[in-house]
Design a protein around this ligand. Sequence first.
Ligand code: ZN
Length: 240
Amino acid sequence: MGEVITVMTGAGISTESGIPDYRGPQGLWRQDPDHEKLVTIGYYLADPEIRRRSWEYRRAGPARTAEPNAAHRALVELERAGRLDRLITQNVDGLHQKAGSDPARVLELHGNMFGVVCVGCGARSTLDEALARIDAGEKDPACERCGGILKTTTVMFGENLPEDVIAEAAEAAERAEVFVTIGTSLQVMPAASLAALAARSGARLIIVNAEPTPYDDLADEVVRDPIGEAVPRLVRRLIA
Ligand code: ZN
């Protein structure tokens, strides 16, 4: 058994699957500054038109039909080699699970877009069910149990992060002997603090990201190459 490895991924791992990030050069917020409202809880709850556009984005946006890429698949290999402890992700696109990662090892810091929850009563349903109602003519489908507002099980801006997931991610960062961050700028919490925690707890920190991050100085290794090439190469080395 080799070193205990935990990996943390951000939007950069999914851009090669055709999902734009928020802040990058091709990011959604440069293309459409208004997009931020669609994923901000205050606007979402206050305005049915924002909800209509948000559902439409979930339906027509690239994430619902995107396919995993070579980097997602390489992390499945790392797991099957018995080397991956936890796979922490900031992404809501479910591509790690779609690639074959064990859902029990995937910690989704910002939730998942394929579930739906009622903000009134907490009833759970699925994105497919909500989109089917929209296809049938509803613009802003309400909870069938209590009439409350429905939203995807993603953590919107202005919402609290899931405490149990954060706690589990922190434990994984502490026990990691190698902590690899992929495609995250490490500028938002809790991703930034998890990288710092891992390094402070003695992990070798490997950062794979096209742009510099605030933690590059702390890293044992920084890789700037395209993620679809860099991650399979890194995994081959870690498994060897
Ligand atoms: Zn409800």
